[in-house]
Design a protein around this ligand. Sequence first.
Ligand code: URA
Length: 263
Amino acid sequence: MNKSTEGPVYHLNLNREDIQGARIALIPGDPGRVPRIAKLVHSQAHEIAYNREFRTFICSFKNENILVTSTGIGGPSTSIVVEELAQLGIRSFIRVGTTGAIQENIEVGDVIISTASVRLDGTSVDYAPIEYPAVASHEITQALIEAVQSLGIRFHVGITASQATFYPGQERCDTYSGSVIPRIKGALEKWQSLKVLNYEMESATLFVTCSTLGLRAGCVTGVVSNLVKQTIIQKSGLELAEQRAIQVAVKTLDVLILPKFLS
Ligand code: URA
C-alpha cells in the first residue's frame, strides 16, 4: 500500500521518495544512536527526518539504500515504526538494542540474538491473540549469528522476555516505592528457570507485528547489566555493549543485501 501521494507518514514524517527504495531498516531504540550506526554503514549517511523519538538517517551500502530509524522505548512506538516504514517499502527490520541478562553465565558486553520473545509487552495483543508466537525471522537470525561469529564477539542465542516496563516488570526494587506488586514478584526467577536469557522491551512487539504483516525481523542486543548478579548499568559497560551490538547489526548487512531479502 503506497500512501506517499497523501503526504508523509504521520509519526516518522517520511515520504516514500525520501527513503529512495530502501528495503532494510536497522532500528535502535535511542535516537542518539542513529547517526553512530548510520555513519558506521557509510560515512556520507545523513538525517532525513526527526520527529518526537523517531529519527531517521539514510545511508548506502554496496549500492543499496539502508535506513536507520529509532523506535523510542517500548512496544507502542515500535509498532508505529514497523507500520509506517512498511507502508513506505521496508521489508526487513533489525532491532539493535541493549538488554539486561537473567542467566548467571551472561556477562556485560556479551551480545544476545533473540530467536523468540515472551510476550509481556502489552502492544502485540493488538496484532494477534496471546497464543500466537513472537518469533524472529530464521533467515535474519542466521545472518546475525554468522555476523557475530565472524567478529569473534561472545554471544548467546535464545529466548528473550520482552517487558512493558523497565522497573517493576524487570523486578527492579531500587525504585521510588522499593517494591513490586505481588503479580510480578518472582517473575525474574521464573523466566530464569525456564531458560530465558534476558529482558528488553521491544522484541515481542517487533516480532509479532512483522510476522503478522508478512515482514522479516531480527533482534541483536548488547548486555548492559546482569539482573541476577544485580550489576548496575555503568557507562563503560553500556558503551561496550552498544558498540558490539551495532557492529553485529552492521556486519549482517553483508548478507541482508542479497536479493532474497530485498523483495
Ligand atoms: N533494557 C532493558 O529493558 N533492561 C535492562 O536491564 C537493560 C536494557
